[in-house]
Design a protein around this ligand. Structure first.
Ligand code: GSH
Length: 191
């Protein structure tokens, strides 16, 4: 009997860093996927499909694997990590895994998209610069969970807004290690 074809679909919004995060994880794992509704969500006019698939938060992204529906980007990443094992996203070591989750939670709480230009962003950048010092990626030699979370929010989202406002929040002189990490990340992943 023919095996049932696996399907991976996403509801997203082009500018959403959370959607981009899931995108990165799927690309790193080499999983093919498509956007539901052909393209992406119109957030001011949410579709019935979005309201049906994520009735609790009514937010994107929503991940649909065969008949399994999952919202919340960090949980989606954990699910991808457990389901496709080509490139582990989370560290195997329990302590390293807990630390990656700790920083991910911190970044998520402090640099929400609604708090775009926040004094706290600078503080977050200082902590992250320290955390990445001496490492190729946050996850070590390979891109991992924290690289995707920080990457989708800072270099691929906020830095562009800051740039448009003429602000350089991550000057090379002050944050050489973080700039090196951004370069490494962009070389590997250009959304
Ligand atoms: N905690 C959620 C946040 C998702 C989120 O805030 N998505 C925004 C787009 S960037 C959204 O759908 N906003 C619509 C709304 O708030 O009504 C996640 O990590 O997936």
């Amino acid at each position: 009997m023919a095996e049932k074809k696996e399907t991976v679909k996403l509801i997203g919004f082009w500018a959403s860093p959370f959607r981009r995060l899931v995108d990165m994880a799927l690309k790193i794992q080499g999983v093919s996927y498509e956007y539901l509704r052909g393209s992406q969500e119109d957030l001011p006019n949410k579709s019935h499909l979005l309201l049906e698939l994520n009735p609790v938060h009514k937010k994107v992204p929503v991940f649909v694997h065969n008949d399994k529906i999952l919202p919340e980007s960090h949980l989606i990443l954990e699910y991808i990590n457990q389901t496709w094992k080509n490139n582990p996203i989370l560290p195997q070591d329990p302590y390293e895994k807990a630390r990656a989750r700790f920083w991910a939670k911190f970044v998520d709480e402090q640099v929400g998209i609604s708090k775009t230009l926040h004094r706290r962003s600078f503080q977050v950048i200082m902590f992250l610069a320290k955390e990445v010092t001496g490492k190729y990626f946050f996850g070590g030699k390979k891109i991992g969970f924290l690289d995707m979370i920080v990457g989708s929010i800072i270099p691929f989202c906020l830095a562009r807004l800051w740039e448009d406002m003429g602000i350089n929040m991550i000057p090379e002189k002050k944050f050489p290690e973080l700039n090196r990490w951004i370069k490494n990340l962009k070389e590997k992943l250009t959304p």
